[in-house]
Design a protein around this ligand. Structure first.
Ligand code: HEM
Ligand SMILES: N[C@@H](CC(=O)c1ccccc1NC=O)C(=O)O
Length: 288
């Protein structure tokens, strides 16, 4: 038998008085977080709160992703692949959650968005320092994007740091070199602030790892983890594109780009092209 609904008594030990103790709202700084939504439409459009919260929550997850990717890079630098794997597993789940979050925004119709889009002016995701830092630490470096942050010195400085530091992939390749894998010297000495370009010299090394997994199990798992992240990131990008297309069609972006055309081109980007190229080279073994 289930009980009747009704007021559930609090257990005896549950604290209700917080006058001299830290409370939930104190610890989470909810006074700041929950009063930081400021719709600009007048009178406030019902759906602008969705738009704001969708972005704010994305920014929080991006912040955590950067934090975790920095940790993964440090684990690679210090030769702890198992720890890096665990951290990357969390990054993957954050990306999955961010990708699913597009479904909430997709409930915003073109008519609703058109009613408040004008208040956004020329602001756009181009100015997301959190997103740019994640792209940078994953290896998609582009110094030109820093120009968007001239007016925001703190964000500019943080992004410049991430731009000049090695990416997670740079750290992985250095670990591989330390483990005796053949990584060309030019890769290890490269200017890490520059965009990654396909390095054919790495493909035989990755092919060897994939053809002899038993001998290279921990780095093989890391390769697969990076591919998972590549895949999860592409799915986020694709859902951004498809959500944008259903809301604004082929309008230009508020940030000045062609809009959907620009977002479609971003799908051609790959963080770890040699890991993909190696797949073409792996020999199919004869059976029987
Ligand atoms: C109605 C909702 C949205 C629309 C119509 C939209 C549209 C666009 C467009 C057209 C661009 C290209 C830049 C421009 O010219 O404006 C862009 C870029 C971007 N958007 Fe969105 N977006 C939406 C929601 C979001 C959300 C929720 C996020 C989450 C953080 C986001 C993050 C970004 C980022 C990071 C970029 C830069 C991408 C890059 O540089 O590759 N957008 N968006
Ligand atoms: N680029 C979007 C506007 C937009 O999405 C946006 C505007 C202000 C703050 C964040 C935004 N999100 C991502 O681009 C548009 O063209 O409608």
């Amino acid at each position: 038998m289930t009980g009747t609904p009704g007021e559930r008594p609090l257990e005896a030990g549950v604290r209700v008085d917080f006058h001299d103790a830290m409370s939930y709202a104190d610890y989470l700084a909810l006074d700041q977080v929950l009063t930081a939504q400021h719709p600009l439409s007048s009178p406030p459009h019902h759906d602008e709160l969705l738009f704001i919260i969708q972005h704010q929550t994305s920014e929080l997850w991006l912040k955590l992703m950067l934090h975790e990717l920095r940790a993964a890079r440090a684990f690679l630098d210090t030769g702890r692949p198992e720890h890096a794997l665990k951290t990357l597993a969390r990054v993957k789940q954050i990306l999955r959650s961010l990708t699913e979050q597009w479904s909430v925004l997709a409930t915003l119709t073109p008519s609703e968005y058109a009613e408040f889009r004008a208040v956004l002016g020329s602001s756009s995701g181009f100015q997301s320092a959190g997103y740019r830092a994640v792209e940078f630490i994953l290896g998609n470096k582009n110094a030109r994007m820093l120009r968007m942050f001239t007016e925001r010195p703190a964000q500019h400085a943080e992004l410049e740091t991430v731009l000049r530091e090695p990416s997670v992939y740079d750290a992985f390749l250095r670990l591989l070199a330390r483990r005796g894998h053949t990584v060309p010297r030019r890769v290890l000495d490269r200017d890490v602030s520059k965009a990654w370009a396909l390095e054919d010299g790495l493909v035989p090394m990755f092919t060897r790892i994939y053809e002899h997994v038993a001998e290279h199990w921990d780095v093989y798992e890391l390769c697969e983890s990076l591919i998972d992240i590549e895949d999860a990131f592409q799915l986020w990008r694709f859902r951004h594109l498809s959500t944008v297309q259903r809301i604004i069609g082929f309008k230009r972006g508020t940030g000045g780009s062609s809009g959907v055309g620009f977002l479609r081109k971003a799908l051609d980007l790959t963080f770890f092209p040699e890991l993909i190229a190696a797949r073409t080279e792996i020999r199919d073994l004869a059976v029987g």
